[in-house]
Design a protein around this ligand. Sequence first.
Ligand SMILES: Nc1ncnc2c1ncn2[C@@H]1O[C@H](COP(=O)(O)OP(=O)(O)OP(=O)(O)O)[C@@H](O)[C@H]1O
Ligand code: SF4
Ligand SMILES: [Mg+2]
Length: 329
Amino acid sequence: MLEVTNLTKTYRAGLARRKYRTVVRDVSFAVMARETLGIVGESGCGKTTLAKMILKLLKSDSGRIIVDGQDITGLRGVELQRCRKNIQIMFQNPESSLNPRMKIHDCIAEVLRVNHIASPRSVEERRLISGLADMVGLQPEHLNRYSWELSGGQVQRVVLARVLALRPKVLIVDEPTSMLDVSVQAQVLTIIRQMQQEFNFALVYIAHDLDVIRLMCDRVMIMYQGTIVERGTREDIFERASHPYTRSLLGEFYLFDPGTSTGCCEERRSEPGDWPSYGGCPYSAACRKVLGRCSEKQELRQISPGHHVACCNAESPFPSSVAGPLPVG
Ligand SMILES: Nc1ncnc2c1ncn2[C@@H]1O[C@H](COP(=O)(O)OP(=O)(O)OP(=O)(O)O)[C@@H](O)[C@H]1O
Ligand code: SF4
Ligand SMILES: [Mg+2]
């Protein structure tokens, strides 16, 4: 449903903006209908930049984006507008996509009108709006309020209703619930999952919260400084994580044996945002033991079916001592 190949984005950086910083580098992945892919990585690793490129809100330097069999990489104008219906996003700050001067009814109606789904003020429009509100768990009275008169969870539901009105083929969710408390977060996520079962869209779920990723996602992709360092099924990542960065994300204190050549991360030596300027492993600045081959470019390689790791010292596969059994459902 969504296929991304070698997407790359470089920004100008530094005070004089004379330097260049590649924030997304050669990212490739695919997500099928009804499948959920989680993208995890520390703040600033390029997750939102990647999402914006897929949405074509940001121009990529190179790479290809295919949605529902159509190559949208070079699309512009009306053609792009038409295909945008198929790929939707819920951003980190959802309230920013709602006009504070419009009532909720009109916020949802706006999407139906702009996309010629229903005629303005028609019976069909009212029917669709109340159906969408019901679907996402909004009360009829909420439709008569402004966005600033709703709670964070209710705003999320409005944004979801607007997205579902378009029946997208691909939905990208960029940590919409991180500002909400856990129970509200769970409710919104449950609705997204139910809607995915009903409308069969491919879901790309971007988050810091590993518990949410573990609960929501079929496959998981770990990003570090703009590159994919590990990719696999939920079980590959939570039970057989191989990349040192993934293992440190999972909270494991990862000791290495100085007598072997396979151990690596004992502790972090760099802070997020220290971007290496060389072509070797991006994690080497944080790895305790850096071996000769770590200074070479680390390509993703398959260590078991569907499980890819970009580390020359990845061991295949070994159990993680921190991850417990997967949650049911
Ligand atoms: N317009 C821009 N010009 C220069 N650098 C930018 C620009 N937009 C983003 N960046 C930088 O690109 C990097 C990736 O940003 P991005 O927003 O994609 O990170 P993220 O993984 O979504 O982080 P978070 O988890 O905090 O949302 C960051 O270091 C950011 O400072
Ligand atoms: S390639 Fe080397 S530096 Fe990079 S994560 Fe693996 S062991 Fe650590
Ligand atoms: Mg972001």
